[in-house]
Design a protein around this ligand. Structure first.
Ligand SMILES: Cc1ncc(COP(=O)(O)O)c(C=O)c1O
Length: 392
């Protein structure tokens, strides 16, 4: 058999994709499945954004653009991103656009890490972090997020783990995937101080910054003293504008890093689709009504769904402050979360993810997306209630 490179030997997939494949198999066999496994808004992309893309295609905007992104889009992003982050000055040269948020996690990691560099990242956390660190030759060092600490970084562990070899710290706030947690301002300050002391980069994944509940105001680590020169903010259009399939994301970073990331994009993906970027300008600057309504709907669903989960004996779930994920504690049943999630899918038709799809510290939890209709969420709660009542 022909050989593969070491870097892909133990590469893991995303749990959501595996469960989705199994759920589709069951559906093909005639089973009714409630999909709470995928991490995408169930709302359509707002009409004004779709229209601008259609028009752009009709007007012939179907060509290559600057690899870093169209200047008009980068300016629109810089203006909005600055407003949302205490009006910090943001030059459009610091914005890099790419096909989704993922490449803007991946390429900065490739541009920063040398073999052996350690990277602190949240566990449970978005699965791409660990894999991209490994591909870039870095050493993944998980920092646990504990329920007792509202799933914020465990700062004791963080202080123990950071050292001279730490080159990058990844945080995911507001709205960590999979817990929906927010890192409180005093903890952010602590992380920023450590980053300055050890002279490391910080990657702040703020993909859910617009899906925040109860009018909570959350600071970005970018605005803290001395962080401008060492922070990469990763954000995008997938969640805020229900544009997961359009593949459009961006990151804010120091200019010198932007130049290197642009080179990696040049050879890795080339430019992002022109009409998609034009739709992105409409998303940034156009009517925001549909997006606001979507967040309001997520908040109503969150309240109802979390109350439903907590009404099931043996299940305990914190209320997420952002994003659209519930992360209930199911430790009382004494069954591993991978086994439990497989049994729930097979026996009830509710597709969800084991907490361990997000790292070892996710054991004892499940992740359920509430980006689904109230009707389906209610149905799922009743199916889960029956399942847990009869569990052996
Ligand atoms: C925390 C987090 N970061 C980044 C991404 C990637 O987003 P995109 O679809 O824009 O690549 C996701 C998507 O699920 C996410 O949950």
């Amino acid at each position: 058999m022909l050989k593969f490179a070491n870097r892909v030997q133990d590469l893991q997939t995303e749990g959501a994709l595996q469960v989705l494949a199994r759920a589709k198999e069951l559906e093909a066999g005639g089973r009714e499945i409630i999909h709470l496994e995928v991490g995408e808004p169930d709302f359509p992309t707002p009409g004004n954004i779709c229209q601008s893309a259609i028009q752009a295609i009709q007007n012939g905007h179907t060509k290559y653009t600057s690899v870093r992104g169209m200047p008009a889009l980068r300016e629109a992003i810089a203006e909005r991103a600055s407003k949302r982050r205490d009006n910090i000055p943001l030059d459009a040269q610091r914005i890099v656009v790419g096909p989704g948020g993922k490449p803007l996690l991946f390429f900065p990691a490739m541009a920063i890490l040398n073999p052996g560099d350690e990277v602190l990242y949240p566990d449970p956390g978005f699965p791409t972090y660990r894999e991209m660190i490994k591909i870039a030759g870095g050493v993944p060092v998980p920092v646990p997020l504990y329920e007792e600490n509202n799933f914020s970084f465990d700062l004791n562990a963080f202080d123990r783990l950071i050292n001279q070899k730490t080159r990058l710290i990844i945080i995911n706030t507001p709205g960590s995937n999979p817990t929906g947690s927010v890192i409180p301002p005093e903890d952010l300050k602590h992380i920023a101080e450590a980053a300055r002391r050890y002279d490391c980069w910080v990657m702040s994944d703020e993909m859910y910054e617009n899906i925040v509940f109860d009018n909570l105001q959350v600071p970005s680590i970018l605005t803290l003293p001395g962080m401008d020169e060492r922070t990469i903010v990763v954000d995008g259009f997938s969640k805020t504008f229900a544009m997961t399939g359009w593949r459009l994301g961006y990151a804010i970073m120091p200019k010198e890093l932007a130049t290197r990331v642009e080179l990696l994009l040049t050879h890795g993906t080339g430019s992002t689709a022109e009409f998609t970027q034009i739709a992105g300008i409409e998303a940034m600057t156009g009517d925001q009504t549909e997006c606001r309504k979507m967040v309001e709907a997520f908040q109503v669903r969150r309240d109802r769904f979390i109350a439903g989960l907590n009404s099931i004996p043996g299940v305990h779930c914190l209320s997420p402050k952002a994003a659209f994920y519930a992360f209930p504690n199911i430790k009382s049943f004494g069954i591993r979360s991978s086994e439990l999630s497989a049994r729930i899918l097979n026996e009830t038709g509710v597709a969800l993810l084991p907490g361990t799809a997000f790292g070892q510290y996710g054991e004892g939890y499940l992740r359920l997306s509430f980006a689904n209709s109230i009707e389906n969420l209610d149905k799922a709660i009743e199916k889960l209630r029956q399942f847990f009542k009869n569990i052996k």
